[in-house]
Design a protein around this ligand. Sequence first.
Ligand SMILES: *Cc1c(COP(=O)(O)O)cnc(C)c1O
Length: 431
Amino acid sequence: MRFRSTRGQAPPVGLADALRRGLAEDGGLYVPEAFPRLAPADFGTAESLPAVAATLLAPFFRGDVLEAELGAITTEAFDFPVPLKSLPAEHDLSVLELFHGPTAAFKDFGARFLAASLARLNPSVDRPLTILVATSGDTGGAVAGAFHGRPGTQVVVLFPKGRVSPRQEAQLTCWDGNVQALSVEGSFDDCQRLVKAAFTNEALKSRFELSSANSINLGRLLPQAAYYAQSSLAVFRRTGRPANYVIPSGNLGNALACIWARTVGLPIGHVHLAHNRNRTVPDYFAAGDWQPRASVATIASAMDVGNPSNMERLRDLVPDLGELRRFVSTDWVDDPVIAERIKTDYRRFGEVWCPHTAVGAEAYERLPAEVRAAGPWVLVGTAHPAKFPETVEPLLGLTLPIPPALEALLALPRRFRVIEPAEAALTQALL
Ligand SMILES: *Cc1c(COP(=O)(O)O)cnc(C)c1O
């Protein structure tokens, strides 16, 4: 399979090149030239995530240097559980828990799959593959953990000093060896600007093969489609009906993966996008014009995105808003309502949501009763609540147990360098 740019001004490339480059040369995002079609029967009796993923992704890997490695990649990347838990709600509702990986958020799926793929593309020790990540929260830790200890690669994480949560900072700064953390005296936007500048810096380009692991990389999107395939097949086998999803969304990477799985032919019905006060996408669905804006801070901070980059892929797939509205809808939820939902659902279900998952739980509750009754519905759980104790614990008056993988990371010593928000400072740190 070949992948074209959404902007049509760069040549199509194979999978390995798309993974290595991240962004197309014309600034567009890579999308498949044509989607394969698969029916539930094509998955046979496959149930585990690695097995379902290998069937789903085989057409995307066909003809690529990585084709023979696909089975090994999915087995290595997806080595943690992905429970689909039924909830005692009025209508058929389950939660898909995507937070049992090493850094306790769904970013582990994409980061681990990308790392397992790039590690098989013969990285060179003389000119190491250098992954630059600007992060405001969960991505940096997931990418650092996925590449840690891999020969021929190094990761440089840039985060805004003092502006990530204490547990997120611990996950960014607990690594040694091939992972370097840089605490930038500036904002997230400064971090992103430095990363972009590095890609055009001749001294850095001659010394390192630079790559980026942010959410526009195809190597993060494809593996996310796999858990929608696996969970929708499980629902379909149980009920004979397609699964409908509520997805807490920011940059729309998670949602787009679901819509791609639906396009391939998985039994997926309706997709409901749950946003926080960053309303760019709900406003587009309501009014029909696309108005990106600056992001505002909320308690569901991993969804604080004012200009979701994956919208470019969604509009490339379904340019007509009327057609998109036939199977995609949106809602948005304000901070005080998120907090109330965390309390209500703890009483009702005994479940503790992270603030992002709570946005989805609230959006589900607001759907008309006949829409909920026409399920089954799946609420996507994007992070473990113990990543956000400062928000969740005071609401519920309890101390959350920390998942063992996360606890192990929190116990490690912290290593990072503080740099000025200037290109020269980044170059110096890298060389
Ligand atoms: C990244 C993230 C989101 C938003 O996902 P997108 O793919 O950017 O829409 C939601 N919740 C959590 C916990 C996240 O880390």
